[in-house]
Write a protein that binds this ligand. Sequence first.
Ligand code: DX5
Ligand code: ZN
Length: 218
Amino acid sequence: MEYQLCPSILSADFNRLGEQIQTLEKQGVKWLHIDVMDGDFVPSISFGMPVIRSIRKESKMFFDVHLMVSAPERYIQDFVDCGADSITIHAEACEDLERAIELIRDAGVKVGISIKPATPINDISHLLEDVDMVLVMTVQPGFGGQKYIPECTEKVQELKEIIDREELNVDIQVDGGINDSTMETAMRAGANFLVAGSYVFNGDLESNVQRIQQKMQD
Ligand code: DX5
Ligand code: ZN
């Protein structure tokens, strides 16, 4: 099983973004979680293609693009052209989720689907064969620095059981409110990709990453 810490640059200092990404890379972090928000699917607006294009020039990390965007199928090719290595779309944001999955697959990058805390696993379980990763949101999407919603742990467990029972090759990512204690809870439930924003970027980046990576190995 592959385990990855996926720092979310939503909590980065954008004045020093390149430098902070280099620090992550030097610490051996392989994944970079990139939160795109459109002010429609979620209340806030973050950043988009020009930022991704710029950091792509300097970084070899795996760019894990989380689209919190209505009708994301409109932008798949754009984000691939900017340098995305995987694209995660929200089940709630697509009229035709199967078609959107196909578009990402055809564009040649990894496919992720995400569900908000209130969306049941049942809504996406029929699509597990077609995706590489499921992102179980553990806060309401839209903002960093929120508290982990404990009820979401059961969803991770339920998803993990289906994946194991059906012998599928699907990774489980959690996103929102991940810290020392919630990362343990989520991993025990079956998550293997951990997104963390404020927990990684608040305070000393280098020592935070070292501590989290050490904890992930325990
Ligand atoms: C929230 C984003 C998250 C966010 C997590 O909508 O999808 O990736 O950056 O931030 P923390 O780790 O601070 O909860
Ligand atoms: Zn995210």
